[in-house]
Design a protein around this ligand. Structure first.
Ligand code: G3H
Ligand code: 13P
Ligand code: ZN
Length: 312
């Protein structure tokens, strides 16, 4: 199987009441850990690269790493997706350079600018069979989202989604329902909440249309403890409860974005390895542990959060 776009993947996910994991990739061990887990569980998977990842690893290395995973694991569908594409030019670069899906993130622009630029990306991408994700609303830290009416603007306005999707021709839509990027999504003692009412209203207005959830790391406490135990400092790192993600996956959410959890797994296991083996200086030893931790984490997500095992 070669790289695929998200079209069929999302159609099946929507119908089956599960979501596909979209994992951020920055180097070889991350690509390997994720795809080994997906292949063993026969799960579809999305590997996504941010602008930062392209700067760090370079476009060519990322594409070749992902193409290598496709060769190693021919039995599962793999998407290579641009995460948070900041402009038409970056999206075009990725479309021309082998990506099968791109996100144009116009969430910081005015509604009309977002429509206009997303439409332009869609027009170009569809010529090359590349699918496009866009974003409406802005992800916010939970402190911006709790009981403060004035901050409602941060959440996606369900009243806008039909017009946006019709005018842009976009293939999937990221919405803001209370998730946020990073490892500090809620304050200690705060009751984590997502606006499932907004998700429901969006899906009622867009029947059968795939929705994307960004900022969806669950911040596993075992890795937070590991980081802190072995010299790190990440007090009060809190993520989205897994049962909420599972609930979203059973609704219209077809793509769940995870980056912070991979960072935590990698950092925790490298810290632990270094602390326990002060004599080791072969990177394959500690990066091997990091790769194993990522694989275990992704297996857990596929089995207990995404529900996409056996759906390849
Ligand atoms: O949503 C953002 C992702 O976590 C990517 O982060 O831009 O630091 O690669 P990054
Ligand atoms: P997390 O920071 O919750 O992992 O979100 C990642 C993400 O949304 C990438 O686009
Ligand atoms: Zn994101």
């Amino acid at each position: 199987m070669s790289l695929v776009n998200t079209k069929e993947m999302f159609k099946k996910a929507y119908a089956g009441g599960y979501a596909v994991g979209a994992f951020n990739v920055n180097n070889m061990e991350i690509v390997q850990g994720i795809t080994e887990a997906a292949a063993e569980l026969k799960a579809p998977v999305i590997l996504q690269a941010s602008a930062g990842a392209r700067k760090y690893a370079t476009h060519t290395y990322l594409v070749k790493l992902v193409e290598s995973a496709v060769i190693e694991h021919p039995d599962i569908p793999i998407v290579l997706h641009l995460d948070h594409g900041p402009s038409f030019e970056v999206c075009k670069d990725c479309i021309d350079g082998g990506f099968t899906s791109v996100m144009f993130d116009g969430s910081s622009k005015s509604y009309e600018e977002n429509v206009e630029e997303t439409r332009k990306v869609v027009e170009y991408a569809h010529k090359y069979n590349v699918t496009v994700e866009a974003e409406l609303g802005k992800l916010a830290g939970i402190e911006d989202a709790v009981n403060v009416d004035a901050d409602k603007a941060q959440f996606t306005d369900p009243g806008e989604v039909q017009d946006f999707v019709t005018r842009t021709g976009v293939d999937s839509l990221a919405i803001a329902i209370g998730t946020s990027h990073g490892a500090y999504k809620f304050k200690p003692g705060q009751n984590p909440q997502l606006r499932f009412d907004i998700l429901k209203e969006v899906s009622d207005r867009l029947p059968g249309f795939p929705i994307v959830l960004h900022g969806a790391s669950s911040v596993p406490q075992e890795f937070v403890r590991m980081v802190n135990e072995f010299g790190g400092k990440m007090p009060d790192a809190i993520g989205i409860p897994e049962e909420m993600l599972r609930e979203a996956a059973s609704m219209a959410v077809c793509k769940i974005n995870v980056d912070s959890d991979l960072r935590l797994a990698m950092t925790g296991s490298v810290r632990k390895h270094m602390a326990e083996h002060p004599d080791h200086f072969d990177p394959r030893q500690y990066l091997g542990d990091a790769r194993d931790a990522i694989k275990t984490l992704v297996e857990h997500k596929i089995n207990t959060v995404l529900g996409c095992a056996g759906k390849a």
